[in-house]
Design a protein around this ligand. Structure first.
Ligand code: ATP
Length: 262
């Protein structure tokens, strides 16, 4: 398994949409992410898998500018490290955090409309179009548009969190453990929607403990352990790698708690 860049696609090599080089992030003296390098190409789903505490959430927060970090983050060929969240969103990056960060006492629709902050100076019609697209992708949210977010089921809350991120029309959608706490059938729904988003041209960086589901949907995968990339390659290859099977996929694997079947 290589740790270098992915092979060129059928259309030859193109500039990555996201390129992270030697990213480091620490909490005080504790280094949570060290020398992390990864790439997301246009139209790819790239997953980062790894056990609890590997540094997955920290890596996303550092890439998004939520946490201070060392190293380099390039988006669409431009160096963006050091910029804040708002600038990242304006460029077309969006993060769905593990906590979902919804406003429980606000309606589904009001939560979604908060996601159009990036377009606040544009006519309402443009924002409404984004809303229509999200409702087309998640008809359940449309049915429940007047319901308070706090009363939604876990799966619906995850759909709302993804929908709200999509309201900013991101080119890169980053998701932190979207399967967390969800039943297998709902996980399958969410991952089907991620594949559909890739079809629509959204590139995705997916952080997951659910290695089986993540490797199934992803094009490329990185394995993070103790803050470092220990393996990297095409997702289909990793899914067949004996080390991955033993540690993350096998029936006796150590990280089976949240895996889905089929
Ligand atoms: P999980 O899957 O459990 O969410 P993770 O791979 O996302 O794990 P992180 O949450 O990024 O891992 O944590 C990486 C390391 O950083 C862990 O050792 C964790 O204890 C530590 N850490 C995370 N957040 C903080 C914080 N706010 N202050 C101090 N240490 C932290």
């Amino acid at each position: 398994m290589n740790t270098a860049n992915p092979l060129p696609g059928p259309h030859g090599r193109q500039e990555p949409l996201l390129s992270v080089r030697s990213l480091g992030a620490a909490y005080g003296h504790i280094e949570a992410v060290s020398a992390l390098s990864l790439e997301v190409r246009q139209g790819q789903i790239v997953t980062v898998i790894g056990p609890n505490g590997a540094g997955k959430t920290t890596a996303l927060a550092a890439i998004m500018g939520v946490l201070p970090a060392t190293g380099s983050v390039c988006f669409d060929g431009e160096e963006v490290s050091g910029d804040g969240v708002e600038q990242h969103v304006a460029r077309g990056m969006a993060l769905v955090p593990e906590t979902r960060a919804l406003f429980a006492s606000m309606s589904v629709q009001d939560n979604l409309e908060l996601g159009t902050f990036r377009f606040r100076r544009e006519p309402r019609a443009a924002r409404m179009q984004a809303l229509d697209e999200v409702y087309e992708l998640f008809p359940r949210l449309k049915e429940r548009r007047l319901q308070e977010a706090g009363t939604l089921s876990g799966g619906e809350r995850q759909m709302l969190a993804v929908g709200r991120a999509l309201m900013s029309r991101p080119r890169l959608l980053m998701l932190d453990e979207p399967s967390l706490g969800l039943a297998p059938l709902i996980v399958r729904d969410i991952f089907r929607i991620l594949a559909e988003l890739r079809q629509r041209g959204v590139s995705i960086l997916l952080v997951e403990q659910n290695a089986r589901a993540a490797l199934k949907v992803a094009d490329e995968a990185y394995v993070l352990e103790l803050g470092r990339v220990v393996m990297h390659g095409p997702a289909a290859e990793l899914a067949n790698d004996p080390r991955i099977i033993e540690t993350y996929l096998g029936a006796a694997g150590r990280h089976q708690r949240t895996l889905v079947s089929g």
